[in-house]
Design a binder for this molecule. Structure first.
Ligand code: SF4
Ligand code: SF4
Length: 479
């Protein structure tokens, strides 16, 4: 396809068209490539010039078609304005691409302004992300920031009712303790209840976890597009991965040994190994029922073109689930992909077949509350049942003793199972961030993630409503 023919095709855009969404609706598999927004000190014209080949490559892809996911994982203000950058770069066909929205240091008003602006420029697809702690930041530093939760973002954007819009949400299926896996599962259902139209799974290398996500949606009779995010490993990011530098991304000891061995090879051998890896994972994601794969970590145009070509070849090579399953088993040669000793999966028999059994049994193993935890929870329930209707400072000392109250302006205890949301370094009231450690502890503290505790409380009461229904409204200030 030439630049001229692409341009011709693009000039016939309908104003209400959303081709990214249409491809999902038609069951057309898509490729998505992430493009990080350049830093704020880059002149816009330079940033656009450097990315123009990337945009051209994306538009020239056929069978499958491709899209750009504009991402900005830097702290607020460190990158160029995403809407401005994306608008300058993509003069046409903006309805093909996704803009990520990050909740760190943002309010509902900010996000709605950005979305309205982007929508007026022709962008129709967004992905709501609560946002992560900045690498190297500790819990106390993170507490200084407000995190607008993706659940609140989804609800606000849905209520804005902009035409032809489609909003995605991220999920991290790579959870390896019963508490973290179930907590993430309930968060997914809450995101869907609040308006998520599609899901983008965090990157990881354990295909059983990708199938677990699909089966979990199937179990609830939810049929929505899901995207598998795949990271293409360079020697540098393989090293960072082994050092645990990516929030919420856990690899097994076996996989770490394999990556270290690959890093000892020549660069060409290392890259060939990663190309084969991305083929196996992309083809597997497609056969497991994902609607798209999203490639992270590649801005080199020649490499991205090679990756697209390799993925196409893999789709030809692996036409059935069984072919792919055999190749996957041989490729990893019986490596354990779970981060031992944490190896929990929601279902048995994953990867034994592409289709789940009609009656899917969930695995158990959630740790019960201790007697003292139960006592404290019940006491808090009795004492603070109306705390959301009273001034937040009311009974501050008792709240401090019983639930480690930090003294915020709006008490949310009755909506959060009497676990104070401010004990989470990000102040999350609507579900786990998905970035916890492999053992289920908080990513920023040597303590259980508060959502593991909330899950155990919900399980002890056999009432999971507070984890998956409604939304606790956001606060704009934190104590
Ligand atoms: S939500 Fe937490 S910090 Fe805020 S008043 Fe209630 S107990 Fe205190
Ligand atoms: S307590 Fe849980 S949700 Fe909060 S930052 Fe830690 S891991 Fe994330």
């Amino acid at each position: 396809m030439t630049r001229e023919s692409i341009q011709l095709e693009m000039n016939f855009d309908g104003t209400n068209e959303n081709r990214f969404k249409q491809r999902f609706d038609l069951g057309e598999f898509q490729l998505i490539a992430e493009l990080p927004v350049p830093s704020a000190d880059t002149p816009l014209s330079d940033a656009v010039r450097r990315a123009s080949d990337f945009e051209y490559l994306i538009h020239s892809q056929e069978h499958p078609k491709a899209s750009i996911a504009f991402v900005d994982e830097s702290p607020s203000g460190y990158a160029l304005d995403m809407v401005q950058f994306a608008s300058e770069l993509c003069r046409y066909s903006r309805d093909r691409h996704i803009l990520y929205l990050h909740g760190r240091d943002h309010t509902v008003k900010d996000i709605l302004e950005s979305v309205r602006h982007a929508h007026s420029e022709g962008f129709k697809n967004f992905c709501a992300v609560t946002g992560a702690a900045v690498h190297g930041e500790n819990a106390a530093q993170t507490r200084k920031h407000v995190f607008l939760e993706s659940v609140n973002m989804l609800g606000a954007i849905r209520d804005a009712a902009l035409p032809s819009i489609s909003i995605g949400a991220t999920v991290n299926p790579y959870q390896y303790t019963p508490e973290s896996a179930y907590a993430q599962s309930f968060k997914i259902f809450r995101k869907l209840a609040n308006g998520a139209d599609y899901l983008i799974a965090q990157y990881g290398w354990d295909m059983m976890k990708l199938q677990e996500l699909i089966w979990n949606l199937f179990r609830r009779e939810i049929n929505i597009p899901t995207v598998a995010r795949l990271m293409f490993l360079t020697p540098d990011n393989a090293e960072q991965l082994c050092a645990g530098a990516f929030h919420g991304v856990h690899i097994s000891p076996d996989f770490e040994v394999l990556l270290k061995a690959e890093r000892d090879h020549s660069f060409a051998q290392f890259e060939a190994a990663q190309l084969r890896r991305i083929q196996i994972h992309a083809a597997g994601a497609r056969l497991l029922g994902f609607s798209a794969v999203q490639i992270a970590g590649v801005t080199n145009i020649a490499l991205l073109e090679t990756i697209f070509q390799k993925i196409r070849e893999a789709f030809q090579e692996f036409r059935t689930f069984q072919d792919w399953r055999t190749a996957y088993a041989e490729y990893y040669d019986r490596l354990d992909m779970a981060p031992y000793p944490n190896e929990f999966y929601l279902f048995d028999n994953l990867l034994e077949s592409d289709l789940p059994a009609e009656q899917l049994a969930l695995a158990s193993g959630i740790r019960p509350l201790t007697g003292s935890e139960k006592f404290r929870r019940n006491l808090a329930g009795a004492l603070f049942a109306n705390a959301d209707k009273l001034p937040a400072r009311e009974r501050h000392l008792t709240k401090k003793l019983l639930v480690s109250c930090r003294g915020c302006n709006r008490c949310r205890l009755p909506q959060t199972d009497y676990v104070c949301p401010e004990t989470c370094p990000k102040g999350l009231a609507n579900g786990s961030c998905g970035c916890g450690k492999a053992n289920g502890d908080c990513e920023l503290m040597d303590a259980e993630c508060i959502y593991a505790k909330r899950l155990r409380i919900a399980d002890s009461r056999i009432d999971y409503t507070s984890l998956e229904e409604g939304a606790v409204p956001p606060v704009e200030e934190r104590p």
